[in-house]
Design a protein around this ligand. Structure first.
Ligand code: UD1
Ligand code: CA
Length: 454
């Protein structure tokens, strides 16, 4: 059996009140349609077509790496019309899954159940349904003795039909050739003047084909996102799921309700996440780390046995056994080798910090290369910017920078050299040397001994 999937994503999403196409709104760090694509791939389907319309350029750009085929629906004339646009790209012999792009909670295992049931029933069409406490807004499933009679939209339903709690999730499995031939006969004589995909079901039924309905148990999975309240609800569910997966795999999350971890983040065994921590993007954290509290990390690589407290880490690399914070700011291209200490109120940008080096307090290090076992005294600043260009500071192995040193780049300090506290070092220092740049301390006797201050 060969499979294809079509995801309908041409609609505007008017109720989002947004310039961004609905399916690109982010849920736990990824566009909502990304989760639908993920579920399809998890169900073992690689041939995926996305029907795009509103904001299609942005949708295509954002999903460029997902290996999808895009077809355009110029005018949004309904879900049936949307699927029709994909006809020429789908092999009619395939089993076809049709989904909407705005159901990020859907999971691969549910799609697998749908495919299995479709085959078991030898159906031409299988609809995934759900029984909801509040079915308002959804199409209702009208059953008859031998299966499905039809689906009626909220706007077309009679008061009795509106009482029905079983709804159409908008997720289907079809025999591809059969659905496209039925689609050509669908009309748009309904309340919205649209070509409804749901209208293929009675047509297939009338042709004597088997149309099955499978009711899903986990109703969380089927919710379509139409507004930002629902978006935040989906966000909470997806974060909960991801937190739970991490915990099941050996990560301690002390307070999952205050911890926000994107779906893309990977965390190793026995790492402990303290409360009020946000971990985003392509971040990887190793084993036995302690992260937080009050820490935000994005797109960073963090090794094993790392401690980070109350800090901001952005696109940085942190080696094993490093100790960061509290109140450190690691900016893009900060690259810390093993066993580095970065303490309070230290900012590091685009710098390599060799193993065993320490920058314990109140420093700015930018565009620098630090060797092994360098120690930077409190209040040290690399003056890396001359108003036009950025320049490099190089501190070789074993260098000891006295407190409150200004390192005026470009400047190199040789191996095991020392700078005196309070120096402004603007010239290279050879190895094994003490560099002091400081006016001599003068003692000037006060003129009025009896009146201090005068
Ligand atoms: C649809 C179903 C309804 C079901 C509900 C589940 C129909 C007629 N109705 O209604 O029975 O209960 O989904 O959420 O199918 N789209 C296009 N082009 C269009 C119209 C829609 O690509 O011309 C896309 C939308 O972007 C969206 C999906 O199809 O991703 C569903 O469209 P939407 O308008 O939200 O359908 P509903 O009215 O919710
Ligand atoms: Ca919808």
């Amino acid at each position: 059996m060969s499979y294809s999937a079509v995801i309908l994503a041409a609609g505007k999403g008017v109720r989002m009140h947004s310039q961004i196409p609905k399916v690109l709104h982010r849920v736990a760090g990824k566009p909502m349609v990304w989760y639908v694509i993920k579920a399809v791939k998890e169900a073992g389907i690689d041939d995926i077509t996305l029907v795009v319309g509103h904001g299609r350029k942005l949708v295509e750009e954002t999903l460029a790496d997902e290996n999808l085929r895009f077809v355009v629906q110029e005018q949004q004339l309904g879900t049936g019309h949307a699927l029709m646009q994909a006809q020429s790209s789908i092999n009619p012999a395939h089993t076809l899954v049709v989904l909407a792009g705005d159901t990020p909670l859907l999971q691969g295992k549910t799609l697998k159940e749908l495919l299995n049931y479709h085959q078991q029933q030898q159906a031409r069409a299988t609809v995934l349904s759900a029984v909801l406490p509040d079915p308002y807004g959804y199409g209702r499933i009208i059953r008859q003795a031998d299966g499905l009679e039809r689906i009626v939209e909220e706007k077309d339903a009679s008061p009795e039909e509106k009482e029905i709690a079983e709804i159409n999730t908008g997720m289907y499995c079809f025999q591809a050739g059969a659905v496209f031939s039925a689609l050509s006969r669908v009309e748009c004589s309904n309340a919205q003047g649209e070509y409804y995909l749901t209208d293929v079901l009675p047509l297939l039924q009338q042709d004597g084909h088997n149309v099955a309905v499978l009711a899903v148990d986990e109703i969380d999975q089927i919710h379509g996102i139409n507004n930002r309240v629902q978006l935040s609800q989906a966000e909470a569910i997806i974060r909960q799921r991801h937190n739970r997966d991490l915990m099941k795999n050996g990560v301690t999350i002390m307070a999952p309700e205050t911890t926000f971890i994107d779906s893309t983040v990977k965390i190793g065994l026995d790492t402990v996440i303290y409360p009020f921590t946000i971990i985003e993007g392509q971040t990887t954290i190793g084993e036995n780390c302690t992260i937080g509290p009050y820490t935000r990390i994005n797109d960073a690589f963090i090794g094993n046995h790392v401690v980070i407290e109350s800090s901001r880490i952005k696109e940085a690399r942190i080696g094993n056994y490093c100790n960061i914070g509290p109140y450190a700011y690691l900016r893009p291209e900060a690259d810390l080798h093993e066993n580095v200490k970065v303490g309070d109120f230290v900012e590091i940008k685009k710098s390599v910090i060799g193993s065993g080096s320490k920058i314990p307090h109140l420093s700015y290090v930018g565009d620098s290369l630090l060797g092994k076992n360098v120690n930077i005294g409190a209040g040290t600043i690399t003056c890396n910017y001359d108003g036009k260009n950025k320049h490099r500071t190089i501190l070789e192995d074993g260098v000891f920078i006295g407190s409150n040193t200004n390192l005026v780049a470009p400047v190199t300090i040789g191996e095991n050299s020392v700078t005196g506290a309070g120096s402004t070092i603007a010239h290279d220092v050879p190895a094994h040397t003490l560099a002091v740049e400081r006016a001599e301390q003068k003692h000037i006797r006060k003129t009025n001994k009896n009146n201090p201050g005068k």
